[in-house]
Design a protein around this ligand. Structure first.
Ligand code: NZQ
Ligand code: ZN
Length: 405
C-alpha cells in the first residue's frame, strides 16, 4: 500500500428533514449567497425548506448555474458576491451547482487577473469562501470532495483544492424523489465509474480498499435498478445516495493507484457533443477496460469474481454474450480467464443499459470521422499520458474510441 494522508472535513447531515438543520449549520450573521440551477428546487419544494430554515439569516440568491457549469455564468456570481461582500456560499442542487459554487468560492478572493487560471493553469489558491451544500442529485460525490469540473468554450477541465471542501452537506434522499429516471440512471453510472477509476487498476496490496470498492459496486448493482424502477422507494434512494457519496469522498482511493482516463475522455465528449457526463462514461468505460485488459488483467479477473460472481471454473449459465466478440464459453463449459473478463464487461454494459444509459458512441451519432477532433481536444494541453501507469497515449485513446463506436 502506498503512503497517504487522509483528511475529509465535510460534516454530512443525512436523512429526512435534515434541511431544517441549516438554521444552525449556516453561521449566524453570515452574508449568504444561495446558488442554484435552473429551477428544479423551486418545483420540488427544496427551496421552500431552505428558505424556511434560513428565515433568520441574511440571504441573497444566484440562479442559473447550468449542467456542466460554465465559467461565464459563474463569473456573474463572483461579481455579485464581491459587490455584496458575501462571506458564505450555500449550494442547493446537483453536482453542477456544487462544482460551480466551489469555483465561485475560490474565484471571489483570487488575486490574479483571471480566475480561469485556477482551472486552466492550476493557479495557487490561497483563500476560498466557506461553502455549505444541499445535494439533490446523487452522482458526483461533489458533496464530500474538493473537486470541481468547469467548462469554458470547448474546454471542460477540473480543479481541486482542500479549501473548497464543503463545510457541511445535507443529504436528504427525499429531495431526489423528483429526479427524472434519466438523471437517476446517470447517477448510478457516474458513481459506478468513479469506483472503477479507483479500483480497476493493478493490485497494490490494499485488500480493505478493494473490498470497500467492491461493496460500493455491488450496492449500486443491487439498489440502482430498484430505485430506477421505483422513485417512491425511499430506502433504495437513500442507499444510492450514500453509495454515490462513498464512491468519491476519498475513502476508497487512499494508498492505491488511480486511473481517471475514462473521465478525461468523457469530459471531451461532453464539451464537444453535449452528452451528459455519466452518459459519456457509459460509452467509454467498457471500451477502456477492454482495450487495456492486458495491464489490468489481475484486477479485471478480481472484478469478474467478486463483483459479478464469475469465479474461476464458473460456467456461463447466464447466456450473456461476450462484450468483445470473443469466445465467452457459450457452450456451458468452464470459462477461460479471458472469457470471464469478457463476460464481466458484457454484464457491466448490460447493467448500464438496464438503467437507460447507452454503451456505444453510435447512440449519439458519433462515427469514426469524429474521432480526430476528440483526440485533438484531449491533447490540446500537451502529449497524453493518462491512466494509472501514464501509458494511455493518443494512440490508446484512439483504439478506445474505435472500440466504442
Ligand atoms: O438545474 P436544475 O433545475 O436544478 O436541474 C438539474 C439539472 O437539469 C436536475 N436536477 C437536480 N436535482 C434535481 C433535478 N431535477 C429534479 N429533481 C431534483 N432533485 O438535474 C439536471 C442535472 O444536474 P447536474 O447537477 O448537472 O447533474 P450531476 O449531479 O450529474 O452533475 C454533473 C456535473 O458534475 C461534474 C460533471 O462533469 C458535470 O459537470 N462532476 C463532478 C465531480 C466532482 N465534483 O467530483 C466528479 C464527476 O466525475 C463529474 O465530473
Ligand atoms: Zn464522474
Amino acid at each position: 500500500m502506498n503512503n497517504f494522508t487522509f483528511h475529509n472535513p465535510v460534516r454530512v447531515l443525512f436523512g429526512r428533514g435534515q434541511i431544517s438543520k441549516l438554521a444552525t449549520e449556516v453561521p449566524a450573521g453570515a452574508r449568504v449567497l444561495l446558488t442554484a440551477g435552473g429551477g428544479s428546487i423551486k418545483a420540488n419544494g427544496v427551496l421552500a425548506q431552505v428558505r424556511a430554515a434560513l428565515a433568520g439569516h441574511d440571504v441573497r440568491e444566484f440562479w442559473g448555474i447550468e449542467p456542466n457549469p460554465r465559467y461565464e455564468t459563474l463569473m456573474k456570481a463572483v461579481e455579485l458576491a464581491r459587490a455584496d461582500k458575501v462571506d458564505f456560499l450555500l449550494a442547493v442542487g446537483g453536482g453542477s451547482v456544487l462544482d460551480g459554487t466551489k469555483f465561485i468560492a475560490a474565484a471571489v478572493p483570487f488575486p490574479g487577473q483571471d480566475p480561469w487560471d485556477i482551472v486552466s493553469k492550476s493557479a495557487t489558491i490561497e483563500a476560498a469562501l466557506p461553502i455549505g451544500a444541499v445535494l439533490t442529485l446523487p452522482a458526483t460525490g461533489s458533496e464530500m470532495n474538493c473537486y470541481a469540473v468547469i467548462t469554458r468554450g470547448e474546454h471542460k477541465l477540473d480543479f481541486g483544492h482542500p479549501l473548497v471542501y464543503p463545510r457541511f452537506s445535507v443529504l436528504d434522499p427525499e429531495t431526489t424523489l423528483t429526479l427524472p429516471a434519466r438523471q437517476i440512471g446517470n447517477g448510478i453510472v457516474d458513481a459506478f465509474t468513479h469506483t472503477m477509476e479507483q479500483y480497476l487498476t493493478y493490485p497494490a496490496g490494499a485488500p480493505l480498499q478493494d473490498r470497500l470498492a467492491e461493496s460500493v459496486l455491488r450496492t449500486l448493482i443491487e439498489v440502482g435498478p430498484l430505485t430506477y424502477a421505483d422513485p417512491t422507494d425511499y430506502d433504495a434512494r437513500a442507499n444510492l445516495m450514500w453509495a454515490a457519496t462513498m464512491a468519491l469522498n476519498g475513502v476508497i482511493s487512499v494508498g492505491v493507484p488511480q486511473d481517471w482516463a475514462t473521465h478525461a475522455v468523457g469530459h471531451v465528449l461532453t464539451a464537444l457533443h453535449g452528452i451528459d457526463h455519466a452518459r459519456t462514461l457509459g460509452v467509454v468505460l467498457p471500451a477502456m477496460l477492454s482495450v487495456r485488459r492486458a495491464g489490468k488483467r489481475e484486477k479485471l479477473l478480481q472484478y469478474a469474481e467478486r463483483v459479478w460472481d464469475l469465479r474461476p471454473g464458473a460456467s456461463d449459465a447466464s447466456g450473456t454474450s461476450s462484450a468483445s466478440g470473443g469466445d465467452a464459453g457459450s457452450g456451458g463449459g468452464a470459462l477461460s480467464d479471458d472469457a470471464r473478463i469478457d463476460l464481466a464487461l458484457a454484464r457491466t454494459c448490460a447493467f448500464f443499459e438496464s438503467v437507460g444509459v447507452p454503451t456505444r458512441l453510435s447512440a449519439y451519432g458519433i462515427a469514426a470521422e469524429g474521432i480526430p477532433a476528440i483526440l485533438d481536444n484531449l491533447g490540446a494541453r500537451g502529449p497524453l499520458a493518462l491512466g494509472e501507469r501514464k501509458d494511455v497515449t493518443r494512440a490508446v485513446v484512439q483504439d478506445v474510441l474505435q472500440a466504442a463506436l
